[in-house]
Design a binder for this molecule. Sequence first.
Ligand code: 13P
Length: 254
Amino acid sequence: MRKQIAAANWKMNLTLKEGEALLDAISAKPHTLLANQEAIFAVPFPYISMAQAKVGAKTNVFVAAQNCSDKASGAYTGEVSVTMLQSMCVKYVVIGHSERREYFNENNELLAQKVNICLENKTTPIFCCGEPLEIRESATQNEYVAKQLTESLFHLSEESIAHVVIAYEPIWAIGTGKTASSEQAQEMHAFIRSHIASKFGQTIADAISILYGGSVKSANAVEIFSQPDVDGGLVGGASLIADEFVAIINALKK
Ligand code: 13P
């Protein structure tokens, strides 16, 4: 059974105290995670220890980083390596978020290196893909997303790809309040799965979790997550509100 995941992406938000208060508020609210379900908190680097201390003992709850260096170590001031993250028991790293692609010029080739270094260090990349509005309007989103997947993931072995989580985040739906319809999400997720299957086989494709991101909130999570190829969400704005994120966790497919 595929893993169902509710992942919070705090982005560059919250002070340390606010982050602590948010995790406390989420813990205090009733939510259930079945054996195949996980909640993940992708917090800013300086908050990783705090977040681990808060969620550490909870089953199926993990802390993630929002990025990592493509380099192993060395004179790269300001960067954070996967080895450092692994030494802190960080299990997941968000790779290739559209904001990093857009504002920090991360391209498919660089992201392939980041995926490699994560997997070499037994850290699971949550690999983000998704098209901008003009691509959606020209109805070439499948080709666009296929290229992102092909150029950053298709060099992997079958064993390695099985350790990747994919997040489809249409850029036009991020932080805009404009969600993809559940049909649009399902259509793209099914396409992503078929594209993975074309290279790695159906069995491997069927085992990979594909999360949807883009204005997920409590009001739409149940419908989006109920789609057969949607295995949960990567959530920005709504993950900063305890009631919202708890409802999103509870909206994971049973
Ligand atoms: P929003 O949920 O704020 O649209 O952000 C989505 C996202 O970018 C998660 O990584």
